[in-house]
Design a protein around this ligand. Structure first.
Ligand SMILES: NC(=O)c1ccc[n+]([C@@H]2O[C@H](COP(=O)([O-])OP(=O)(O)OC[C@H]3O[C@@H](n4cnc5c(N)ncnc54)[C@H](O)[C@@H]3O)[C@@H](O)[C@H]2O)c1
Length: 320
């Protein structure tokens, strides 16, 4: 069985990747539990509490075939205020450390999380060939991953390093992200606690809400392809967008408990992303990706499987 190290493996996307692929691969989940939760992982998955910035922790994993690098400071608000230095150090140091470690430990390919935040308010649909100008520190770290991958791959072409610009990912196992979780989760938690969800502005802003299982599908296809991918970058999304207002309306109906979302003036004064949807033709063509989870089914599942006991204190009026 081939072996995969998943850094950030106890986090939201990482744990879904591990749980879905556990029968096909030997999976090692490494996470420092900064945000993740070991309970996200199915019990048969080997878990190492360790830091992706630390070679000694990585060495506990032993040789691998692939690395899926999802550890890092995982959203723009985490870089605000006192989080700035830690955010940069954690994200950049973990990425370079993991690349070096992966190469010396036999990895054929490293997959890593970039982000759709790189696109800012670019014209829609968002396509990989567009110029990007990161509008926040988080996006700067991800653009740094993309640039450093290209340099690294020039020197060591035997190891592919593939980036994925995830759109707005939602799905199970997001509770530990608390106030940094996707809007769908935060709205669900608000409705369930009979707390009024907050919509910024008129709610016409759109996002390409992508179920985490489709993200896992894209990552898995990149592991399984025979193609040499170099240091390429792919969007992962659905190719459709839905407004925040539509999400709130759907959840109002699903919960049917008299709670209604309220609108407030948008507190984000600069560079607020008004629209997001991905052009996914590249990942379809190169890897055979096809999004499978319809938003209405994903939301239904989210509502049916709420785990109130795991939810951390959150509020959908936090900056996002
Ligand atoms: N969720 C989204 O919508 C989305 C969109 C675009 C990109 N991404 C990226 O995808 C990746 C995974 O995101 P997520 O939503 O699962 O977030 P997450 O915060 O749930 O997962 C990240 C995990 O990494 C762990 N971690 C952080 N620093 C670490 C370190 N130095 N060593 C070991 N573990 C460490 C955290 O404890 C956490 O469990 C992140 O890089 C994020 O930036 C996520």
């Amino acid at each position: 069985m081939e072996k995969i190290l998943v850094t950030g493996g106890a986090g939201f996307i990482g744990s879904n990747f591990c749980n879905i692929n556990k029968d096909k691969y030997e999976i090692i989940a490494l996470d420092n539990l900064f945000l993740g939760d070991e309970k996200n992982l199915d019990p048969e998955i080997k878990f190492i509490k360790g830091d992706a910035c630390n070679l000694e922790d990585l060495d506990k994993v032993g040789p691998v075939d692939y690395v899926v690098h999802l550890a890092g400071t995982s959203s723009a608000p985490m870089f605000m205020g006192d989080g700035l230095i830690d955010g940069y150090v954690n994200s950049i140091q973990s990425f370079i450390t993991v690349l070096e470690w992966a190469r010396k430990n036999g990895a054929k390919r490293v997959l890593y999380a970039s982000t759709s935040s790189l696109y800012g308010n670019n014209p829609l649909p968002l396509v990989e060939t567009q110029e990007v100008t990161p509008i926040n520190h988080y996006a700067v770290t991800k653009r740094t991953y993309e640039y450093s991958s290209k340099c690294y791959n020039k020197v060591f072409p035997e190891m592919d390093i593939i980036g994925f610009r995830f759109m707005s990912v939602y799905g199970p196992n997001e509770e530990a992200k608390g106030k940094f979780a996707n809007l769908i989760s935060q709205f669900c938690w608000d409705f369930a606690r009979e707390k009024v969800p907050v919509i910024y502005g008129d709610g016409d802003q759109t996002r390409d809400f992508t179920n985490v299982r489709d993200v896992v599908q894209g990552l898995t296809l990149a592991i399984e392809t025979d193609k040499k991918l170099g240091a390429d970058v792919f969007n992962i999304g659905t190719g459709y967008s839905v407004s925040v207002k539509e999400i709130a309306d759907a959840l109002e109906k699903a919960f049917d408990n008299g709670i209604q979302a309220k609108h407030i003036p948008n507190p984000v004064k600069e560079d607020y992303v008004m629209g997001q949807h991905a052009d996914i033709s590249k990942i379809k063509k190169v890897l055979g990706y096809e999004p499978k989870i319809k938003l209405e089914d994903g939301i239904k599942e989210q509502v049916e499987n709420l785990r109130m006991d795991r939810i951390r204190e959150t509020s959908s009026d936090e900056l996002r």
